[in-house]
Ligand binder design. Structure first.
Ligand SMILES: C[S@@+](CC[C@H](N)C(=O)[O-])C[C@H]1O[C@@H](n2cnc3c(N)ncnc32)[C@H](O)[C@@H]1O
Length: 434
């Protein structure tokens, strides 16, 4: 039986049953259905007439679409890159070593022409800066005039894979790599510009190595949220494709201790040579702890030169790691269990951006071998195809709905409103103390 309870001060009501532990459990389990709560402990404080709740919040992981592989550049994205000091420093140091008195080509200068300007500052004689997007090209030309560099930087509005230049260049530099190095089409584009160079090995960056490791991000411990700005880019991508789909997602605020295996190579592009766009290789990931294995983390190591390398797991200003969600709740694995995987890479149907398939086996001590299969495609028609994407798009829709309280921080008043929605009136405590 549940009855209303009046406190000694006759102000607050809590509900009680003959079985008090049942009452507290009902409240605790209900609070734990809040998307941001991992664990709730509820006690009744008779003297104060209050329900005391202590909660452990879920870790919050911000999700972003993998924007680089779609042409959704705008001033905010360009500004993020142009003001990324540690990235620009690595380029500048490489330019100072390699470009003095050289003629260079930049693929995709963007509106700020940041890398071409750094190249000239480092001593390059001339740069042909070829930009595909009309808007970015117009702004790039204006910037070059503004900096008085029109006799040093020649801005051209064309697809670099078709452009003809008045002379062959000594070096080609670019930043057309995504969170998966080749996601933006770098392999195809860079293969095609080699015809414009005196020595086709003179590429900056020289190599892109994308890494993979298994991670543990169980749904019970993490809240995956998408901020408005990320939702805005997701919408822009869907406008471009004409339909919503399970796009590659990047994770911000990834807790590094949630990497639970060694890392290995997911994709390797050596731009100094012609890059093979159809590849397959084998890897082995060994668990270093007992955990719930939920998926893979993929991140870029950009070798601007042999000595100037940017690891995007440590430096997340321009690139965020990508998450491949396999098991929403997680699959239990122990230290020394192994993932034996093969990674296939081939171009998607647009002939530019790559698709990947991860296929193999999870070997667990004392348990049957488990098959692992994951496809990561640039574009496809699957939408909400697994639990992760179901929650992801559910939250995404909610983020755009101002009236929905569920994604707010679980403060006392929010939890009260939440319980009011979920429990019969008599069971809702009048006051919650957190
Ligand atoms: C990631 S942004 C980099 C912008 C700038 N270089 C920087 O580092 O801040 C890549 C740029 O390359 C351009 N781009 C992509 N593919 C291209 C192509 N095939 N030909 C010319 N430009 C291209 C895009 O429009 C975009 O402006």
């Amino acid at each position: 039986m549940i009855r209303n309870y009046r406190s000694r001060e006759e102000q607050n009501y809590v509900f009680l049953s003959k079985d008090r532990s049942f009452a507290t459990k009902v409240i605790a389990r209900t609070i734990e259905t809040h998307p941001k709560v991992a664990k709730a402990t509820v006690t009744l404080d008779d003297s104060a007439g209050k329900v005391k709740v202590s909660i452990r919040k879920k870790g919050v992981i911000e999700l972003w679409p993998s924007v680089a592989e779609f042409y959704v550049y705008d001033s905010m994205l360009y500004r993020t890159m142009a003001s990324h000091q540690s990235r620009n420093e690595r380029y500048f140091k490489t330019f100072k070593e390699l470009l003095p008195n050289k003629i260079a080509l930049e693929i995709g200068p963007g509106p700020e022409v940041i890398l071409s300007r750094l190249a000239i500052e480092a001593g390059a004689k001339k740069v042909y800066a070829v930009e595909l997007l009309k808007d970015s090209y117009i702004k790039a030309k204006e910037a070059v005039l503004r900096y008085g560099l029109e006799d040093k930087i020649v801005v051209i509005n064309e697809d670099v894979t078709f452009v003809e230049l008045p002379e062959r260049v000594d070096y080609c530099f670019s930043e057309i790599v995504g969170s998966i190095g080749g996601a933006e089409g770098a392999a195809v584009i860079i293969n095609k510009v080699k015809r414009l160079m005196k020595d086709s090995r003179c590429m900056i960056p020289q190599r892109s190595v994308t890494k993979i490791a298994a991670v543990s991000l169980p749904a019970a411990e993490f809240f995956f949220e998408m901020k408005r700005i990320a939702a805005h880019y997701t919408k822009k991508i869907f406008e471009q494709t004409g339909y919503p789909f399970d796009l590659r997602v990047c994770v911000k605020h990834f807790p590094n201790e949630r990497v639970v295996t060694n890392s290995d190579i997911f994709e390797e592009l050596n731009f100094r040579y012609v890059v093979d766009t159809d590849t397959k290789h084998d890897i082995c990931l060994t668990f270093n702890q007992e955990c719930l294995f939920t998926g893979f983390l993929i991140w870029l190591n950009l070798e601007v030169s042999q000595t100037h390398i940017l690891d995007t797991l440590e430096d997340q200003r321009s690139w965020l790691p990508i998450y491949f969600p396999l098991f929403h709740e997680g699959i239990r694995a122990k230290a020394k269990d192994r993932l034996e995987l093969s990674i296939k890479r081939r171009l998607s149907k647009n002939g530019l951006n790559p698709d990947f398939v991860i296929e193999g086996e999870l070997h667990r001590q004392g348990l049957p071998i488990m098959a692992i299969y994951y496809e990561s495609r640039h574009e496809h028609k699957l939408y909400c195809s697994n639990q992760f994407y179901g929650c992801f798009f559910n939250n995404w829709l909610r983020e755009n709905d101002d009236e929905h309280p569920e994604t707010n921080e679980p403060e006392a008043n929010v939890l009260h409103a939440f319980l009011t929605e979920k429990l019969p009136g008599l069971q809702v405590p009048v006051e919650i103390e957190l």
